[in-house]
Structures are given as structure tokens and as C-alpha cells.
Design a protein around this ligand. Structure first.
Ligand SMILES: O=P(O)(O)OC[C@H]1O[C@](O)(CO)[C@@H](O)[C@@H]1O
Length: 635
């Protein structure tokens, strides 16, 4: 192993152990994920065939990428050797390749964590090497549709947190922090940290087989003390660590908190809620968010996702009105809008009408029709696949459509409006294309009198451009209430605050959102997607370590970040967490909020381990159990 790599004293998890989740994941989940990418790209390419301008080069290039993806899936299933990652001009693949050259691993005998990170970096190279697909995030459509479907859980949380934030701000301005019960705030910290913890329970890479309805059920529970108390038994370490973390935050004014993000969508929202409330207490003046610089483990937050999320939450129609207002009835959102943002999810009941299969044309047929100057949309195709109730779910693939289950009528209708079907369907990573996605919604919003998305083009702050606590109170706008109309929802009002936080440098995205996907990034932020475990931070990314040391508390979200903190090694579960962190432990105050979805664990008592083994044989991996761990700074 290279000298910047720490070797734990126990072996690493790997798919060589057929009883392990590592094996199941390598044998079953990764091929499924690759199949999903192939299908997303098929759909995207098919949508392009309806474009006004010729997209044949781009479509042809998609076919080449699909071939490479299929070969990769084939090689993985046959346990071939891991090939070097081509030099694609992006964040250096050399780290991966050096290790591979030395170790000569195959898909199944490589350490699981290495192979999984390699998989996402390799996938990135397929798109990065292309001419037309460099900004394409193959998981964006999935991320977006899952996010949209979590509207009611988000509304519940936003309503409660809006109140908490107002109360905290009022307490601060009516006599300062001393006037507020420290215990009260500690309790709220518990609630919001646990909401952020359970926000991690659902992620797209794990839940390949769950429906959106299942995910919604998992997300429900809200912030009520009862709901949380009920869930507390699933936190295997107990929650004392949250007291230690809060004591550390409380000991300071004008502190900085960092969050190493995990999943986009619902989980990111719970992180933002926690971050906003921390600012409102006055103990924290800046929260720095660390995303991943490329599509990663399906649903991890990319810089573009971070920006998109704030934009999306400001849209009156992003979530269905029923979700946004908390009412359980009355869905006035247009079916086309739902389809536009997440075309792959139409109702299970939204089956293609009889005979509509014949209307799903091949790309050649469409090209032919175009050449003849005919519309690519056969007469009578309108509305053949839409569900009359606009419900969402998996769309059945019509026979002979190669899985390209699209409704031509959608594109016909979209064309007559202002939205480019290709842009709206092929959601890519650029912020502008996301705004385009909402052009149509804004039109509708202005017709309905609702406030529209504010795509004001303001850029998000990066670490280099923002400083903690530099702005005066007026500019910080803590108690400023945005005026976004009387019909705004709690979600929209919070998002408006968050944009103000971004503009004032209180919220900082550590990678500038306009950074091209996969590019080398400043400040060592590319480290998160490198082959390294986090134990190597001091040696492999000293610049990043120096930055994190400025923070009062660094919160690591989710399972993958925890696997990386623990080097994905076969620690006995009762190993003290700090020991399993290796050389990273003690460099900064660390709080881990993780639901368990992989074999590795540490920080449990032997009694707890025994207890949970008896309760649930799948406790390590089914996402139902969690650990919350604080590691104090000592260095
Ligand atoms: O989103 P999270 O919490 O990091 O979970 C991702 C984890 O899920 C899995 O994809 C499945 O367990 C792991 O490979 C990975 O560690």
C-alpha cells in the first residue's frame, strides 16, 4: 500500500466472504444499479430523438456508453480483474490505478469499499470521456423523483422547524442566549439531530426494490417527542453523544459547524433544517456543507444537487400542493409537470392503453418521419400513458419499446410550450438546466397567483469567498422575514431563508455548485471521492484536514461516510469508535449520525451487540438501526 495509506490491524470487508453484505452487494445490487443507469441513459437518448434539432451525435454517443456499461456489468458478474480507470481529464484516477497495479484485484476479491468507490469513479469516466454527456448525472432523475415524493414528510418537518427557528430567534433577540433554557435547546438539538439521522434511513442505492410509497412510510414519524422516543431504541449507542456534541457547540459563540453530506433529497433537507436551527441559536454563525464532486453511490449530494434543492424548494409546484400544504386531498399539480421532472415514474395503474405499444416508435422510425417532414407523434397518441389521476409509480414498459417507456404526447404538448423536452428530461448537472425545468412551472405559478421560483442566478458561496461571522446583524438578516407572498408554504419560506444564508455566507457549499462534475476541486475536497479511507485524511489531504480543524464540530452523515471513517474493516463491534478511526481520531470534534447499512460497525457495548443480534439478525445492514457517536478533539 502507498505510504499515505493507513492499514488497520484487522482485515477489510470483502465479497470473498459469501455470508457478508459485501458479497450480496457485489453479486446483486451493483448489477441492478448498472442496469438502472443503462435504462436511464436509454430513456434520455430516446427523449432526444424528439428534439427539434438533430441530436444524432449525442444519441450515437449514448449507445457507445451503454455498450461500455453493459460490458462492465458482464465483467463484474464474471469476476474479472478491475481495469485501470482511463485518464478522463477529471479528478485524478491515479490513486485508484496505483493501488490496482499493485494489488491486481478482481471485483469479488477487492476490498468491498475500494471496489465500490472504484465503480462510481469508473462510471464517471464513461461520461467524462464523452463529448455530449459530460454534465449528465445518471442518477439525477431518480434523485429528483424520490425527493418529490417525500413532500408530505418534508412539510411536516418544515412546519415544526419553522416554529422552532422563530422561537430561538425571538429568544436571542429578547435578551440573548442566557435567557433561553440551555436544556430546552439541548432537547431541540436532540430532535433535529435525530431527524437528520433518520433522514439517512432511506437512500436510493440501498432501496433498489422499494416503492416510493414504502420510502414515504419510512420517512414518516416527524419530529414529535413520542415518535423519536419510539425510535430511540433503535439507536444502538444511545444518544449521550448528542449531549457531548451540544455541549461543544454551546461552549462557543460564532462557531462553525461542518457537515460531510450523504444523500440528496429528503436527507439533505433534514441536514439543512438542523443547520438553520443551529444558526438561529446564535452559537453557530456558519455551516459548511461538503458534497461529493461526482455522482456517487447513487444518491449522494453533488454540488449541483445542493443548488438544485434550494431552487426546487422555492417552487410552488415542486411538491404536489397537497404535500406542500399538508392537506391529504386535492392534487392540482399538472400531470405533465410530474412527468416532466420524473418521467420514469408514472403510476403502476398508468398502464399504456391497449394498442398504444404500437405507437412507441423506434428511433429510426422517428428519424424517417422527421425526414419526411411529418410529426414524430402519431395521431391519436395523446395521453396514452398518463394516469388520469396523475399518480406516480413505476411505468410499465410497452412491448417492443426497449424499455423506453415515454409518452410521445407529452413531448408534443411540451413543444407547443416553452420547454425543451430534451432539456427537461435529460436532467443534467448544470444549474441552468434545472431552472429550465421550472420555467413552465413558473408560468403556471404566475397564472395562479402563487410566488414563482426565484432563479435569480445568485451564485452560492464557496469557502474561499465566505467568512464566518463577518457580516453585521442587519446583513445576516437573522430576524428578517422574507416576503414571498401570503400563499407561501413553510418549505418555501425556509428555502428563502436558506438562500439568504447562502448569499450572506452563513451556509457554504464547500465545492462551488457550478464546478463541472468530476473536476479536480480546490481545498482537497476531491478526497471524499478518492479511494482513501478517512483515516488517511492527515496524510493524503492535509489541506482539507486544516480546513476541518477550523470547525467546532464536524458531522459525518450516513453509512458510506461511516464505512470510510472505520476503513470498512472487520472490527469487533465493541471496538471503541476512536480506535477504529485510526490516525484521524482526535483531529477535530466528530459527530457520526449513521443508520447501519453495511457490515462494519464499532462503538457498541458487548451487551448491546448481544441484544441486537437476538432482536434482528439483519441489524447491520437493513437501515433500521443506527449509531450516534461523538469523538472529542485531542490533537
Ligand atoms: O447513503 P448511505 O447511508 O451512505 O448508504 C450507502 C450505503 O448503502 C450501500 O449502498 C448499501 O449498503 C452501501 O454500499 C453504502 O455504504
Amino acid at each position: 500500500m502507498p505510504t499515505d495509506t493507513w492499514t488497520p490491524p484487522v482485515p477489510l470487508w470483502s465479497a470473498t466472504d459469501k455470508q457478508s453484505f459485501a458479497y450480496e452487494s457485489t453479486a446483486k445490487r451493483w448489477p441492478e444499479i448498472l442496469a438502472g443507469v443503462i435504462s436511464a441513459l436509454h430513456n434520455a437518448a430516446h427523449a432526444l430523438s424528439y428534439s427539434h434539432s438533430s441530436q444524432s451525435d449525442k444519441i450515437a454517443e449514448a449507445s457507445v456508453i451503454i455498450e461500455r456499461l453493459s460490458k462492465l456489468k458482464h465483467d463484474m458478474g464474471r469476476d474479472h480483474k478491475l481495469e485501470p480507470i482511463p485518464d478522463d481529464g477529471g479528478a485524478s484516477p491515479a490513486g485508484y490505478n496505483d493501488v490496482l497495479q499493485q494489488e491486481g484485484w478482481t471485483w469479488f476479491n477487492a476490498p468491498w469499499l475500494f471496489a465500490e468507490c472504484y465503480l462510481y469513479r469508473l462510471l464517471r469516466s464513461f461520461f467524462a470521456q464523452s463529448k455530449h454527456w459530460q454534465t449528465y448525472d445518471p442518477f439525477s432523475s431518480q434523485k429528483l423523483s424520490a425527493f418529490r415524493s417525500s413532500g408530505s414528510a418534508i412539510n411536516q418537518l418544515a412546519t415544526t422547524v419553522e416554529e422552532l427557528v422563530h422561537k430561538a430567534e425571538a429568544a436571542v433577540s429578547n435578551g440573548g442566549r442566557a435567557a433561553t433554557s440551555g436544556d430546552g435547546w439541548r432537547t431541540i438539538f436532540h430532535l433535529l439531530a435525530q431527524a437528520s439521522l433518520w433522514g439517512n434511513a432511506t437512500d436510493l442505492s440501498l432501496l433498489t426494490s422499494l416503492s416510493h410509497a414504502d420510502i414515504q412510510t419510512l420517512q414518516s414519524g416527524g419530529l414529535s417527542a413520542e415518535a423519536q422516543a419510539e425510535r430511540a431504541r433503535f439507536i444502538l449507542t444511545g444518544t449521550e453523544s448528542l449531549d457531548e456534541a451540544w455541549a461543544r457547540i454551546e461552549s462557543e459563540e460564532n462557531g462553525r459547524v461542518d457537515i460531510v453530506l450523504d444523500n440528496s433529497g429528503f436527507e439533505l433537507l433534514t441536514d439543512l433544517l438542523l443547520a438553520d436551527w443551529l444558526l438561529s441559536t446564535g452559537h453557530v454563525t456558519q455551516v459548511v456543507f461538503h458534497p461529493k464532486n461526482m455522482p456517487w453511490f447513487v444518491s449522494d449530494v453533488t454540488p449541483a444537487d445542493f443548488a438544485h434543492t434550494l431552487e426546487a424548494l422555492l417552487s410552488p409546484t415542486f411538491f404536489s400542493p397537497a404535500a406542500a400544504t399538508g392537506s391529504s386531498r386535492g392534487r392540482s399539480e399538472s400531470r405533465q409537470r410530474a412527468f416532466q421532472a420524473s418521467p420514469a415514474v408514472l403510476s403502476g395503474e398508468a398502464r399504456a392503453a391497449k394498442g398504444s405499444g404500437a405507437l412507441q416508435m423506434s428511433e429510426e422510425e422517428i428519424e424517417e418521419r422527421k425526414k419526411r417532414g411529418e410529426s414524430p407523434h402519431p395521431r391519436g397518441s395523446r395521453g396514452l400513458v398518463m394516469d388520469a389521476q396523475g399518480r406516480t409509480g413505476e411505468m410499465e414498459k410497452p412491448k417492443g419499446s426497449m424499455g423506453l417507456a415515454l409518452d410521445p404526447s407529452y413531448f408534443q404538448s411540451a413543444r407547443s410550450r416553452t420547454v425543451s423536452p430534451s432539456r427537461s428530461y435529460v436532467v443534467d448537472a448544470s444549474v441552468t438546466s434545472f431552472s429550465a425545468l421550472y420555467e413552465e412551472e413558473n408560468e403556471d405559478a404566475s397564472r395562479s397567483g402563487l410566488p414563482s421560483s426565484t432563479s435569480d442566478g445568485s451564485t452560492l458561496n464557496t469557502l474561499s469567498s465566505a467568512s464566518a461571522g463577518g457580516a453585521d446583524e442587519e446583513e445576516r438578516g437573522r430576524s428578517r422575514r422574507p416576503d414571498i407572498g401570503t400563499q407561501s408554504t413553510p418549505i418555501m419560506r425556509l428555502a428563502q431563508r436558506w438562500k439568504a444564508h447562502v448569499a450572506a455566507g452563513r451556509f457554504v457549499c464547500a465545492i462551488e455548485p457550478s464546478t463541472p462534475l468530476g473536476a479536480e476541486v480546490a481545498g482537497g475536497e476531491g478526497f471524499w471521492c478518492s479511494h482513501h479511507s478517512f483515516a488517511d485524511l492527515p496524510t493524503a489531504a492535509p489541506e482539507l484536514l486544516a480546513e476541518l480543524k477550523k470547525s467546532k464540530l464536524v458531522i459525518f452523515k450516513g453509512d458510506l461516510n461511516t464505512r470510510k471513517l472505520l476503513s470498512d474493516a472487520r472490527w469487533p463491534n465493541s471496538t471503541p469508535f476512536a480506535v477504529a478511526m485510526g490516525p484521524l481520531a482526535g483531529h477535530f470534534a466528530t459527530l457520526v449520525l449513521r443508520t447501519c447499512k453495511a457490515d462494519v460497525c464499532a462503538g457498541l457495548t458487548q451487551e448491546k451487540e448481544k441484544w441486537v443480534e437476538a432482536e434482528d439478525a439483519k441489524w447491520r445492514v437493513n437501515g433500521k438501526w443506527a449509531i450516534v457517536v461523538y469523538v472529542a478533539p485531542t490533537k
